[in-house]
Structures are given as structure tokens and as C-alpha cells.
Design a protein around this ligand. Structure first.
Ligand SMILES: [Zn+2]
Ligand SMILES: [Zn+2]
Length: 238
């Protein structure tokens, strides 16, 4: 190309003007064609098209950002990630506090009537559920007295306790909340008999194991009651 151009330039003085003009325009045209992207389109549109939408897009993004910042922040929603397809109930099966026991029983009974998948987390079977619930609700362990049971999450979203569930049930809203959730498995789980926990295989439910070096140690695979969640019917703990 350069060789050809220098030849062309050299001819400027000798060759007739029309021939030079024709030859040089052809070269420029070829250069322009080489610079154009494959697939056609005018040079103008090929330069402008990638720029225009990006400016518009940026302007839209800024507008969205301003709108988001100027809106009042919505109340923070309490959620259990990964529990979108079930109802999670934190409750106790112990009768220590009669009112709490009755409330837990009532809520479980209301929810069971919808025959949807329910993950019942009994705090009396595993104290780990207590820490789990506190962490979800953002409560510090010092506020022991404030953690009332039951606590219900539907489709991963926190619904409330017995009062909220009763109110939603009476207004017919609860049915809408559980709609679309998978149906519960019929019958009682054969592995745990419906308790949702089984004895730890590792320590046979003693929550201790003997090590030659350190003597008796706490089993790390089960809870303080020597139980592990039933693999057949319970979701994995958080
Ligand atoms: Zn164990
Ligand atoms: Zn089971």
C-alpha cells in the first residue's frame, strides 16, 4: 500500500491530473471500506449506534438511582433465605408455659389445615433453633424474655406470631399467603415418626464420645439432646 502510494505521489508531476485524481480517490475509498465494520451500515450509523444507547442507558440509571434515593426506605423485611417453598414454624412442644404451648399448638393446627409443606422447628428438641431464630430476627442473646413463640415464616417471609396468624386466618388472607406452596407429604415420616429428629448415629444419642487422648468429649454431630434432624423430612439447618 505504501509502495503504491509513493508510486502514485511520484506520478503527480508526470502523469495527467485526471488519472491521478481517479487513482487517489480509489485508494481513499478502499481505505474507508477497510475501516468499516463487517456487516454493512453507513459509516455514520456504525459510529453513533454504540454511543447513543449507552448515554441513554446511563441517564436512565442515574434517574433510577435518584428516584431510589429520594424514596423513603421500606421497612426492612425479615426473611429466611432458601425457605421460599415452605412454611417455617418455630415453636416449642414443652408445656412449661401453658399459654405459649397453647399458642404453638393453635398455630400449627391452623397451618396444617392448608396441607402445605411445613418445616416445624421445635426449640425444645434443639436449642440451636433458638440461636437461629434470634439471628433471623436480629435479636441479641441478652434479650431472652422478648423471644415469644410461635414465630411463623411463609414462603421465607416473616409473618409474625399467634396473633398475626389468627388475624390473617380470620380475614382469609392466610390462604392467599400459602397458595402456590408445595403440598405436604401425606402420612407420617417413617424415619422419625413425625418428630423430625432421629438419634445421632455417631454417639447413639448420648451426645458424648470417648477419645483415648482426651477422655469423654461432646459429640459435634448432634445437638445437646443427642439428636440430629431427620434427613427424610426435615430441611437442613441454616
Ligand atoms: Zn452425636
Ligand atoms: Zn422424618
Amino acid at each position: 500500500m505504501w509502495l503504491r502510494r509513493s508510486k502514485t505521489r511520484a506520478r503527480v508531476h508526470n502523469a495527467p491530473a485526471p488519472k491521478f485524481a481517479c487513482s487517489s480517490f480509489k485508494d481513499v475509498h478502499t481505505l474507508l471500506l477497510d475501516d468499516e465494520p463487517a456487516g454493512g451500515g453507513s459509516p455514520g450509523s456504525s459510529l453513533e449506534s454504540p454511543t447513543k444507547p449507552s448515554i441513554c442507558h446511563r441517564s436512565r440509571s442515574v434517574k433510577t438511582l435518584i428516584r431510589t434515593l429520594s424514596q423513603p426506605a421500606p421497612p426492612e423485611e425479615i426473611r429466611i433465605p432458601g425457605a421460599e417453598q415452605t412454611v417455617v414454624v418455630y415453636f416449642t412442644s414443652l408445656r412449661i408455659v401453658r399459654r405459649t404451648f397453647e399458642d404453638c399448638k393453635a398455630v400449627r393446627s391452623i397451618l396444617r389445615d392448608f396441607r402445605v409443606s411445613i418445616d416445624e422447628r421445635d426449640l425444645s428438641m434443639d436449642s440451636g433453633f433458638m440461636d437461629e431464630l434470634r439471628s433471623i430476627l436480629g435479636q441479641s442473646p441478652e434479650k431472652n424474655s422478648k423471644l415469644t413463640l410461635p414465630r411463623v415464616f411463609i414462603g421465607g417471609r416473616y409473618v409474625g406470631g399467634v396473633e398475626e396468624v389468627r388475624r390473617l386466618h380470620e380475614s382469609g388472607e392466610l390462604k392467599k399467603h400459602v397458595e402456590g406452596l408445595p403440598a405436604s407429604e401425606p402420612g407420617t415420616c417413617g424415619a422419625c415418626g413425625g418428630y423430625r429428629f432421629i438419634l445421632c448415629d455417631e454417639c447413639s444419642g448420648s451426645h458424648k464420645y470417648y477419645s483415648e487422648k482426651g477422655g469423654f468429649r461432646s459429640c459435634t454431630l448432634c445437638n445437646e439432646n443427642g439428636l440430629v434432624r431427620c434427613p427424610s423430612c426435615s430441611c437442613a439447618p441454616l
